[in-house]
Design a protein around this ligand. Structure first.
Ligand SMILES: Cc1ncc(COP(=O)(O)O)c(C=O)c1O
Length: 449
């Protein structure tokens, strides 16, 4: 039988002898891998991350002249070995909690390449970040600026370099909940991020008056947008550059410009891959048109670096028809991967045990007690025949996958493996067991009758 060809091979897969293989891991196929290790498994292809970093860099080399720094958005996936790879690639880190900053540094990302962008930051966190650890921070609310002023002398931070985050008024994203600019998202939820355009000049002036040195203007429109939203990004950039021009009139010249993250990935066959060439060209064009001179351009990609590097391998426990619908019940759940439930997100589902099988329509479900615990939500999916014991692969789960997981129903979080230089790296101690899940409850308190 001729092996079937699939649209997702470009992410680093092949089908040979009715099994799915990772092109960069040649020891055994993904079915065998999943049968040898505990499932569910997030299996990351390290080479794909390297390739994506190169692709982004090359697009900017081709279309943008000037220094560019790439700060990986750690929130997308904090797996320590992924951070190792990011450090080896010479990238920096965009972090959103003190713990992310600490882990990024522990894994080898130099402090000077780490920037903290937090929302709702306590005084204690600010103290840790700027006084004890000396990380660069991106001011998201004027209140943060006031806190820094209040403690400036006690923390000895006069002259501190700062970034300030503008809300550029125009957002974009794969779902209303991940659009981070504008006044409200389309569901009416007020946007909590950044400082409004009208207050930015004052924020810079205030920072200077307080004895700090604001050297970066930052914006982030939202996450997971593709080519059709690039023009929204352009408009947000234009708004930001207009403010930068005004800032020049106040003596803030040659600032760094941080355009945040957000480029999406091709989750579906009907989508196009993100046009990094166009993205780089738009940034260059808008900079030229605005006349603004910047010192350095900073990008903060998360999803586009790691999203399509990872496949979630999950074993099918049960296949059964109910009310005329074929259900394939897996050993993963919405606790393992929340995106389909939370965002109605589409993830391609493949049968790595039988990729050449005849297609049937399935609802692919999880193993926790919620009706919404299904990876296919309200639409059944055509998948090559699934038999009990087969391994399904849920594609493109490298970003906002395991990091958003939970132990609902006391089901442990997934096993994590990674391909690096053609070998298998065990990143986790298998699927979390009861002891690991209950670690934080180990207070030695037992209620007595
Ligand atoms: C400030 C900031 N930068 C970067 C990112 C990374 O976004 P993405 O993973 O879509 O590239 C985010 C995510 O929402 C963010 O809030």
């Amino acid at each position: 039988m001729v092996d079937r060809q699939y649209w997702w091979f470009f992410k680093g897969y092949d089908v040979k002898n009715n099994k799915v293989w990772s092109r960069s891991f040649k020891e055994f196929d993904l079915d065998t891998l999943a049968q040898r290790y505990q499932t569910p498994i997030y299996f990351t292809n390290g080479k794909r991350i390297q390739d994506k970093a190169r692709l982004i860099r090359e697009a900017f080399e081709r279309h943008y002249c000037g220094p560019v720094e790439i700060n990986y958005a750690v929130k997308a996936n904090y797996c320590p070995q992924i951070l190792d790879l990011i450090a080896l690639l010479g990238l920096g880190a965009d972090v959103v909690s003190p713990n992310e900053a600490i882990l990024a540094e522990q894994r080898g990302i130099p402090k000077e390449k780490i920037m903290f962008t937090g929302t709702s930051v306590s005084k204690e966190e600010m103290e840790l970040l700027v006084k004890s650890e000396n990380y660069k921070i991106n001011i998201d609310s004027l209140s943060q600026l006031r806190k820094l002023r209040e403690h400036r002398d006690e923390w000895n931070i006069r002259g501190l370099k700062l970034s300030i985050r503008i809300n550029p008024n125009i957002g974009a994203g794969h779902n209303p909940d991940v659009i981070t600019a504008g006044v409200r998202n389309e569901d009416g939820v007020p946007i909590k991020f950044g400082i409004e355009e009208a207050k930015i000049i004052d924020a810079f002036l205030l920072a200077r008056e307080y004895g700090f040195y604001p050297d970066t203007l930052h914006f982030h429109v939202g996450s997971g947008w593709l080519g059709n939203d690039v023009e929204n990004f352009r408009l947000a950039l234009r708004n930001t550059l207009r403010v930068m021009r005004e800032l020049e009139n106040h003596g803030f010249s040659e600032l760094n410009l941080d355009v945040g993250g957000g480029p999406g990935i091709r989750y579906k066959e009907s989508q196009e891959s993100f046009p990094f060439d166009t993205y780089a060209r738009i940034i260059r064009e808008e900079l030229i048109a605005s006349g603004v001179k910047i010192k350095k351009l900073i990008l903060e990609p998360g999803r586009s670096l790691v999203g399509d590097s990872t496949i979630l391998l999950t074993k099918v426990n049960t296949v059964e028809e109910k009310n005329g619908i074929l259900h394939a019940y897996t050993d993963a759940s919405m606790g393992t991967l929340i995106r389909p439930k939370l965002y109605h997100a589409y993830h391609e589902i493949i049968n790595v045990s039988n990729p050449n099988g005849e297609f049937y329509h399935y609802s692919v479900d999880g193993n926790v007690c919620e009706t919404g615990d299904t990876f296919t939500q309200d639409e059944t999916r055509a998948i090559p025949e699934i038999r009990e014991g087969d391994i399904l692969g849920i594609l493109d789960t490298g970003a906002y996958g395991d990091v958003m997981s939970s132990c609902y129903c006391l089901r442990g979080r997934a096993n994590i493996l990674m391909e690096y230089k053609g070998s298998l790296v065990e990143c986790s101690k298998g699927v979390e067991d009861l002891d690991q899940i209950l670690y934080r409850f180990r207070t030695n308190v037992k209620l007595q009758p």
